[in-house]
Design a protein around this ligand. Structure first.
Ligand code: 3MF
Ligand code: MG
Length: 384
């Protein structure tokens, strides 16, 4: 027998000076299992996800374990789970783009826009995938080969074209192979300058496009040229139009750099340049795990949401992206559960952040009793 837990939701509003009008009370009863990704939990945020977040489960040591799901099916399911926008690699939108003309690429992107429109979904960003092609083996913008660097620019310009067709103005640069495996193989000084020059060319190519750099300290490269959000802010300042170059912070990438994700988020916010986030979780400084948000370090996850809430993230249309991957153990029929869980945890933490007692926080700060403040946070997280 399947036992279900039920949820009773009572919605009513009373205007100041008026008594409660019973006719305005709405009572809804639904099983908790139907709440899935916390679809009915209130949020002030908009959420986004990439097609790569529902994948076949291959890793560096073993092949695929789940069936591929068609793009259109994923988009419909993302909507159902409670997402508002889709994130794209250039070739997520236009597969096999290397063999197409610039005009053909635009036409294919138009068709993708129709799928999004049909499902009531927006496009958040396009990211040139500069790590799969043999021409990016030594990096894209910082490759030692001139032809390879030109290929990286071609993909970047086409990503901008695709973004325009999809109706979004954000290009994300995850600089996967921009750095070294052999420390002496590239000049890091020249590498940084090449990155800035490449971004300048993109800014010149399209006067409205915004560039979001997604920093990561290592993997697949050993020594990245742009490891933290601080590097991103430095690079932004050196471009021809700093007002159009910002950052996207991923929790796991900050943890891999030995940094606190909420502080990295705060750094970007302080500069007014946090235009995207990839929330997820990570158990220590190992390989990139892309675990469901909050499942390893709940307090750290809470603080990421808290700083986003406190600083009105999202008020300029920014999305909360969830860059999470299902465990390899997951079977086909539950290949979206990590997304549902991450969404639900993010919203539950947003609700906790909304209940944060700022008066008590001030009191603790005045008394410099940070043990009391810490215990308050732990109780807030551990009690219902
Ligand atoms: C790698 C990542 C990537 C980027 C994506 C968009 C697979 O660690 O996080 O996700 O987020 O390529 O830039
Ligand atoms: Mg990411």
């Amino acid at each position: 027998m399947k036992v279900d837990r039920w949820c009773l939701k009572i919605n009513f509003s009373v205007r100041r000076g008026h008594s409660l009008n019973l006719r305005s009370v709405v009572v809804e009863v639904c099983p908790l299992s139907l709440l899935g990704g916390g679809k009915y939990i209130m949020t002030k945020f908009k959420f986004s996800v990439g097609p790569w977040n529902v994948h076949e489960g291959a890793d560096a040591f073993g092949p695929e374990v789940r069936k591929s799901i068609a793009f259109e099916k994923k988009v419909a399911k993302f909507k159902e789970v409670g997402f508002d926008a889709v994130q794209f690699h250039d070739d997520d939108a236009v597969p096999d783009m290397n063999s197409l003309t610039d005009a053909q690429i635009r036409t294919k992107a138009k068709a993708v826009r129709k799928i999004l429109d049909k499902n009531g979904m927006a496009a958040e960003f396009v990211a040139p995938r500069l790590w799969m092609d043999p021409r990016t083996a030594d990096g894209g913008f910082t490759s030692n080969s001139k032809e390879d660097r030109e290929f990286a620019m071609w993909r970047s310009y086409r990503s901008i074209d695709i973004a325009n067709e999809l109706g979004c103005d954000k290009i994300v640069l995850w600089l996967a192979r921009e750095g070294t495996l052999c420390a002496e193989s590239k000049s890091a000084v020249e590498g940084i300058k090449r990155l800035i020059e490449s971004i300048d060319k993109m800014l010149e190519y399209d006067k409205k496009i915004k560039i979001l750099i997604e920093p990561k300290p290592n993997e697949p490269i050993d020594r990245s040229f742009c490891g933290t959000i601080g590097h991103v802010m430095g690079m932004s300042a050196a471009t021809v139009d700093p007002s159009r170059v910002g950052g996207l912070l991923e929790s796991a990438h900050a943890i891999l750099a030995g940094l606190d994700p909420a502080n990295e988020i705060s750094f970007g916010l302080a500069f007014g340049k946090l235009w995207g986030v990839h929330l997820n979780d990570q158990n220590g400084m190992k390989y990139d795990q892309d675990k469901a948000f909050g499942v390893e370090n709940l307090r750290q996850a809470f603080n990421q949401i808290r700083v986003l809430v406190e600083n009105n993230y999202g008020s300029k249309g920014e999305y909360i992206g969830l860059d999470v991957k299902a465990m390899r153990t997951q079977k086909d029929d539950v290949s979206y559960r990590h997304l549902e869980n991450s969404l639900k945890i993010a919203k539950m933490l947003e609700e906790k952040a909304g209940r944060f007692d700022y008066a008590y926080q001030r009191e603790c700060i005045e008394k410099r009793d940070y043990e009391a403040l810490e215990m308050y946070v732990m109780e807030l997280l551990m009690k219902g």
